[in-house]
Design a protein around this ligand. Structure first.
Ligand SMILES: [Zn+2]
Length: 421
């Protein structure tokens, strides 16, 4: 994977730097960045700019590691009111994704785990274009498609029964353990980074019951075992407690959503260290004044019920010390508003620094990328977001990034107020 650093060393002057692990701000630091975009040293100013290095002066700002969202949907429009992906081509969906990728990284999210699209492998095409430097966007892990039961939360539903869809639109639909193994292998050989299983019904899928399990424990375990052979992990979408318990017992890396987790499921998350990628802001957006006006009444009902339950689940999970990772389900709400979820987490009971860790160190650990992202320390990429104020005192500072850089190269700069394309 290329990082499209331009080969020149960079010295980044930080007025204040957030040490995420220690949970404190340190004044006047200089990040030394090698030509490959990785940090080689974090020096106390005025240690100076290394010979030949280009300087990036952020001395008036507070610098944090680039943020990570572990549950996005950059390609196409997932919040479509109609039947997903049947009115747009693959090319159109990827090009829509180009805009979403730019909006996401400009919001300070320099890494994402993208959890599936209805049209298989379109997410991989976007990731590869970003890695080549053709498109501006975050580092991506992607799922390639959804592993889902027929008529499940990741299937295309709502069509007449005699309409036959192309394989790409039902690539992850499985009917048995053997089919799970075959589809997982084809996804990973075909370019997916990791696997997403739809373990229960979904809120936005017509007719789905969010609490109802849709994959067996044996099917999820088969996905986990196959993924492990390819050195990667499985995320399981599970609103209901039974689906989440199956996922945890089967060895999933993360449970997504968890709206209806019971105390036993929360205890299992805490005891096993399974990551909990829980979205709150998307529901707040959809139920708020800027929410959609064209979603069916039944979808809005499911949304209200699951949101109320999820808020209580998150408060309990925080108290139990569950490893919460920052997943927003972006695409349900408008791309680029990801950072608004920090406030949702703080309202549920987290300190600001704990909320920031969900989107930095913990998210990197979930993705298996602690060696490259999640903190501004030697060996990691110089992916950063700089804000004017103190995000530990006011976490909404993260909604107003002044500068965003990936591998030391600027992708957003509001300092000069110059308008860019
Ligand atoms: Zn999702």
């Amino acid at each position: 994977m290329t990082e499209h650093a331009d080969g020149r060393p960079i010295a980044i002057r930080c007025g204040r730097l957030l040490d995420v692990e220690a949970g404190m701000l340190v004044d006047d630091r200089v990040l030394h960045v090698a030509g490959d975009g990785r940090i080689t040293a974090v020096a106390a100013a005025p240690d100076g700019t290394p010979d030949g290095a280009e300087e990036l002066d952020l001395s008036g700002l507070t610098v944090l590691p680039g943020l990570i969202d572990v549950h996005t949907h950059l390609v196409g429009d997932v919040q479509t009111a109609g039947v997903p992906s049947t009115t747009t081509s693959a090319a159109e969906e990827v090009l829509i994704g180009v805009r979403h990728a730019r909006e996401t990284i400009r919001a300070g999210f320099t890494t994402v785990r993208d959890l599936g699209s209805f049209r298989a492998f379109t997410d991989c095409a976007l990731r590869d274009a970003i890695d080549r430097g053709d498109v501006v966007g975050p580092r991506m892990q992607c799922a390639g498609a959804f592993i889902t039961a027929p008529s499940g939360g990741g299937d295309v539903v709502g069509l007449a029964r005699d309409i036959v869809l192309p394989e790409e639109l039902r690539f992850g639909v499985v009917r048995s353990v053997d089919e799970v193994r075959e589809r997982v292998r084809r996804l990973l050989i075909g370019g997916a980074t990791m696997i997403k299983c739809i373990g229960t019904g979904a809120v936005l899928t017509r007719g789905g019951v969010p609490g109802a399990p849709e994959l067996s424990e044996a099917e999820i375990r088969a996905a986990v075992e196959e993924a492990a052979w390819y050195g990667t992990h499985v995320a399981v979408h599970a609103h209901g407690a039974e689906g989440a318990k199956r996922a945890i017992r089967a060895g999933a890396r993360s449970v997504e959503h968890g709206s209806y987790l019971d105390d036993e499921a929360i205890a299992m998350l805490a005891d096993t260290g399974t990551f909990f990628s829980v979205d709150l802001y998307d529901g707040e957006w959809a139920l708020g004044p800027d929410g959609p006006t064209d979603w069916p009444a039944d979808t809005m009902r499911k949304l209200r019920e699951s949101q109320t339950s999820a808020e209580a689940v998150v408060a309990t999970a925080i108290g139990r010390g569950v490893r919460i990772a920052f997943g927003t389900d972006s695409g349900v709400y408008p791309h680029g508003q990801n950072a608004r979820q920090f406030t949702s987490y703080v309202r549920a009971g987290m300190m600001s620094i704990a909320a920031i860790r969900t989107a930095t160190t913990t998210a990197a650990e979930l993705m298996g990328w602690s060696d490259r992202v999640g903190s501004l320390t030697p060996g990691r990429f110089a992916d950063l977001v700089a804000v004017a104020g103190d995000p530990l005192a006011d976490v909404t500072e993260l909604e107003r990034p002044v500068v965003v850089a990936k591998a030391g190269l600027i992708v957003r700069d509001e300092r000069g107020a110059a308008r860019t394309a």
